[in-house]
Design a binder for this molecule. Structure first.
Ligand code: SF4
Ligand code: SF4
Length: 86
């Protein structure tokens, strides 16, 4: 499974909770103990290691809080080199 990383612009969050319903890993929650600059309980990530980089959160968020990075696996094909024969 792909590995992702999310970066949050927490002060843009208005605490609507939409993202918490679409995350397939259930790792997004609204922080009950903190407030952001707008006075809302902002979203936070409970277990960043579980993020798969699906970007569902970024697509649904109306306030562009998420930037999602996704690891891409690359495969390097072996190169066959013809050697000169004497
Ligand atoms: S990228 Fe996907 S798995 Fe990661 S936090 Fe967003 S919705 Fe959840
Ligand atoms: S969808 Fe966006 S604005 Fe709404 S709680 Fe999630 S991060 Fe905050």
């Amino acid at each position: 499974m792909a590995k992702g990383t999310v970066v949050l612009a927490v002060d843009r969050c208005k605490g609507c909770g939409l993202c918490t319903h679409v995350c397939p890993q259930n790792i997004l929650v609204l922080s009950k103990d903190t407030f952001n600059a707008k006075g809302y309980h902002p979203v936070s990530v409970t277990d960043p290691e579980q993020c798969i980089g699906c970007a569902s959160c970024a697509r649904i968020c109306p306030d562009v809080v998420f930037t999602v990075y996704r690891q891409v696996k690359t495969t390097v094909k072996p190169t066959v080199v013809e050697m000169a024969t004497v």
